[in-house]
Design a protein around this ligand. Structure first.
Ligand code: MN
Length: 273
């Protein structure tokens, strides 16, 4: 396993993504990357076993426990992918813009609860939970916090590739009813919007007209609420911008094969075993 699949899918002379390298030691970071590929999706990655274990989440992680988010496990990524933000050029695997949407640390949660509450588990427990397809963990990110589970689905859907999991928020103090990930289009790394990362002029103007106080909000829930308000105010601008992008993309969407994880395949590479 390791990073062979990651390597096989990419041409490192063309993509700015980091080369495959398995680390000897594992930290305990996580990252959520917003990825505007064939279809917009979010990649959730946990640092584990010297790599980033990765899931493509079409609707993105949610803080609402009633959301059960489909999460397709994809190839392991190198740990250095942790802060990758930028543009994967056309014709390459996963072509499109990547934003670092959230970063932080994570802890595995022990299967054994104490007084009805989850408590931190060991690295060995995490490996066992991953293998079993029922991984419970606690996130301490800038935006995502609290207890979650990733649960593997077993032979439920016809044509299932066996890589489908559900990402579910547990009920705790960090749960937010009606959580809307799309309301927050801002990198935790650079402060850029998706449009800015893609180098879109319209988006740059849109960003500069925002209230400057936004970045100073410490509480995540408050920042999120303000972001949602910002989003409402700017809806008309965003709609105009979307019209433009959709138009320019229609052509290539029609001819390229779609991948369930939302990645465009690099056609020349896709045929390789
Ligand atoms: Mn992706």
């Amino acid at each position: 396993m390791a990073l062979e699949e990651y390597q096989r899918k990419r041409r490192f002379e063309e993509t700015p993504e980091p080369p495959p390298k398995v680390e000897k030691k594992s930290g305990n970071r996580f990252v959520v990357q917003k990825h505007d590929a064939t279809r917009l999706h979010y990649d959730f990655r946990l640092e584990m076993q010297g790599v980033l274990k990765s899931w493509a989440v079409p609707k993105g992680p949610s803080l609402d426990p009633s959301d059960k988010r489909l999460a397709m496990q994809v190839e392991d990524h190198p740990v250095s992918y942790f802060d990758f933000e930028g543009n994967i050029p056309e014709g390459n695997y996963g072509a499109g813009s990547v934003m670092v949407w959230d970063v932080g640390t994570w802890q595995p949660l022990s299967a054994k609860q104490v007084d009805g509450k989850y408590v931190p588990g060991t690295e060995a427990e995490a490996a066992a939970m991953l293998a079993k397809g029922d991984l419970k963990f606690r996130l301490n990110g800038k935006r995502l916090k609290g207890d979650f589970a990733l649960v593997k689905m077993r032979g439920r859907r016809p044509g299932s590739k066996g890589n489908e999991w559900l990402m579910i928020k547990k009920h705790d103090d960090y749960a937010v009813d009606g959580y809307d990930i799309e309301a927050i289009d801002e990198s935790v790394l650079s402060g850029k919007s998706m449009g800015e990362i893609a180098g879109d002029e319209g988006a740059r103007k849109w960003k500069s007209s925002r209230p400057a106080s936004r970045g100073k909000l410490k509480a995540a829930w408050l920042a999120d609420a303000v972001a949602r308000l910002d989003q409402k105010k700017k809806t008309s601008n965003a709609a105009k911008r979307k019209e433009k992008t959709t138009e320019s993309r229609t052509g290539r969407r029609g001819i390229e094969s779609k991948h369930p994880s939302g990645h465009r395949r690099a056609p020349e590479k896709a045929e390789e075993g």
